[in-house]
Write a protein that binds this ligand. Structure first.
Ligand code: AQP
Length: 344
């Protein structure tokens, strides 16, 4: 005699769709900090998330730019995405100004953002110093509102960024919650994805300030366009300390800790293992030589891929991406307009 085991019908669990959005400003030549803090994480989410990556040129003009340079940096940024391993068949890449919904949602969100929230932003405080108290531009103040629009347009769940963007993602979360409360559930409240190591690569010339594309001193950053000679020169001049012991201590040894962090991420070796391998060394020459060779190999391999990508190919993928992004963004904007009473 056989038994019939009746199984309770199991409800199929459908995981919510994971959507990642991130961007880079075409405000200069992309550096190793942008790569390690942001693009490297994009490659980790690619394939597991619906990933959308944008060259955020509307953000870049919050600090005045020469038009021809902005155009060149925009295309170069897109080629950098591709050369780094962003696959345009798996992920969407596009230029922000090609999708007008970013500026439109920015306006709508600006109407529920408090000025006090914007004045609190560290990036505004830092960057407006260069514009002077009276001359600080509204675009720079509103930068985080535009960034919230970028993120919220795509039902983004996850925002892979460097540490400097944490405060801006926090505002995007707050605006999503506020809008949902005021007008009904419209936006997903996104999470920042910020790695513990590498989310804040420091300037080589000043390890107490983050590496930055627009730094006045070229020795601040390793650009992805640097030659092995540039790299050797910059690493040689990188600020360390006079202690002569190679270990990680962010407070007492910010320069050496920064070099160890970069080497750890580029070689996929833990900082602990690196410390062990340099135990007993009393100068920084060995660490600097290893970092120079590792970075040169990494950047030369990147440049080889970059040179294989034509402008026409990059433009093709950007057009394709803009169409895909526009379709999603347009639907979300309509929903927002409907909820706010902007559609009849
Ligand atoms: N030093 C850094 N370490 C780690 N991650 C970093 N990012 C920027 N600097 C570092 C991350 O790179 C992504 C793109 O940055 P962005 O283009 O939006 O502008 P940013 O954050 O203001 O970077 P820069 O290089 O300093 O540009 P400028 O000089 O134009 O302001 C972001 O995810 C950022 O967190």
């Amino acid at each position: 005699m056989g038994y019939t085991v009746r199984m309770k019908p199991t409800k199929e669990k459908t995981e919510p769709k994971k959507i990642a959005f991130s961007g880079i400003q075409p405000s200069g030549i992309i550096h190793i900090g942008n790569y390690l803090g942001s693009i490297k994480q994009w490659l980790e989410v690619q394939g597991h998330y619906d990933a959308i990556f944008s060259v955020v040129n509307l953000h870049a003009i919050t600090i005045p730019k020469k038009p021809a340079e902005l155009k060149a940096h925009t295309l170069n940024a897109a080629k950098t995405f591709l050369a780094s391993g962003v696959d345009p068949e798996k992920s969407t890449i596009f230029v922000q100004s090609d999708v007008p919904e970013h500026a439109q949602l920015y306006w709508a969100l600006g109407t529920i953002t408090k000025l006090s929230e914007l004045y609190l932003m560290t990036q505004f405080k830092d960057k407006s110093q260069g514009q002077g108290k009276e001359g600080a531009l509204a675009g720079l103040l509103n930068y985080p509102v535009l960034m919230a629009a970028d993120i919220l347009l795509y039902n983004t769940t996850t925002v892979p960024v460097g540490e400097d963007q944490r405060q801006h993602v926090e505002l995007a979360r707050e605006l999503a919650r506020r809008f949902n409360e005021m007008f009904g559930k419209t936006f997903i409240v996104p999470q920042a994805l910020i790695h513990k190591t590498g989310s804040r690569i420091m300037g080589l010339d000043n390890p107490n300030k983050k590496m930055s594309k627009s730094a006045a001193n070229k020795n601040n950053y390793i650009a992805l366009t640097d030659t092995p000679d540039d790299i050797a020169g910059k690493i040689k001049k990188a600020v360390t300390d006079s202690e002569g012991s190679i270990h990680y201590d962010i407070d007492r040894k910010p320069g050496v800790s920064n070099l160890l962090t970069i080497l750890s991420l580029v070689t996929d070796t833990s900082i602990k293992d690196l410390e062990k391998s340099y135990k007993g060394q009393t100068t920084y020459a060995g660490l600097k030589t290893d970092l120079t060779h590792t970075l040169s190999d990494f950047i030369l391999a990147f440049q080889k891929k970059y040179e294989g990508i034509s402008d026409a190919e990059a433009k093709h993928y950007l057009r394709m991406g803009a169409e895909k992004a526009h379709a999603i963004a347009n639907q979300k904007l309509e929903e927002v307009y409907e909820r706010m009473g902007l559609l009849l």
